[in-house]
Design a protein around this ligand. Structure first.
Ligand SMILES: [Zn+2]
Length: 268
């Protein structure tokens, strides 16, 4: 099982999770059959939630949630985006994207009393994706462990807005092409997202991913996460660059792209 360890000098935490090393590595051909595909429900641990038709652990689902076999934290779930092995958020119909975010909301609400509910998605090799079938991960982290993700503050460098949301690229972006989405209705946790916001958010996220993906060369690898505290936001980090010794040693990120350039891509 995982163990949280704190560096007594820096006070920073690590989580020691040796079970993670047993994960199948698709790149090395250790996962010939995809356990997340329709009809392979018997290859995963029993599901904890589904949206769609069918009996539990049988076909017919639209979005399926299962415990992770190789957890980082004590509670670690996988939200499988759809039965489709290839289509991700930018390729799926808006109705399906909405169901994925509905699943986020339901599982966030289910776990929020137990700790900080951290929802994140890895895409592409540079984004540390393990299984290629698109899925989001949910980890519950004890309240006493401080997270790197900071509070929202006042959004600056606005790219555009919709009825419910602001899309912006902060001046203090740490990564090229970094993009944030925050609701105009401030001060709420993600499980409090309302129906109209859910609909708006479900069209915004694919729109942002499509815009950036079409402008970047080669594989569009990225990570995103949802801030687990009050005043939620969504932060997208395209993984176009690796990190070097300067960043690792100093903790100071070197951003080489003016966020204004990202705004141009998003608004073209
Ligand atoms: Zn699959």
């Amino acid at each position: 099982m995982s163990q949280y360890l704190q560096n007594p000098i820096t006070k920073k935490w690590i989580v020691f999770a040796p079970q993670r090393s047993k994960r199948p590595d698709v790149a090395r051909g250790m996962e010939p059959v995809c356990p997340f595909c329709n009809g392979h429900e018997n290859l995963t641990p029993p599901e904890v939630f589904r949206i769609g038709k069918g009996e539990p652990n049988k076909e017919g689902w639209d979005v399926r949630v299962i415990p992770n076999l190789y957890p980082i934290t004590k509670i670690h779930e996988l939200i499988i985006h759809s039965p489709d092995h290839r289509k991700n958020l930018m390729d799926l119909p808006p109705k399906q994207v909405r169901m994925i975010f509905e699943a986020y909301r339901a599982r966030f609400l289910f776990h929020k009393a137990k700790g900080q509910v951290f929802l994140f998605h890895n895409h592409g090799k540079m984004g540390a994706e393990s299984l290629p079938h698109p899925h989001t991960q949910l980890c519950v982290i004890p309240f006493e462990i401080p997270l790197e993700a900071g509070r929202l503050g006042d959004p600056n460098n606005l790219a555009f807005e919709t009825g419910k949301f602001m899309v912006f690229c902060p001046r203090t972006s740490e990564w090229p092409f970094e993009t944030w989405i925050a609701p105009k209705r401030r001060g709420f946790q993600f499980d409090e997202i309302d129906e109209a916001e859910l609909t708006d958010f479900s069209s915004l996220v694919p729109q942002v991913l499509k815009k950036l993906g079409s402008k970047l060369d080669g594989e569009f690898a990225f990570n995103f996460f949802i801030y687990p505290g009050g005043d939620w936001y969504w932060r997208l980090i395209p993984r176009t660059v690796n990190r070097g010794g300067f960043e690792l040693g100093t903790g100071i990120m070197v951003n080489t792209l003016d966020p204004k350039e990202t705004i141009k891509l998003l608004t073209k």
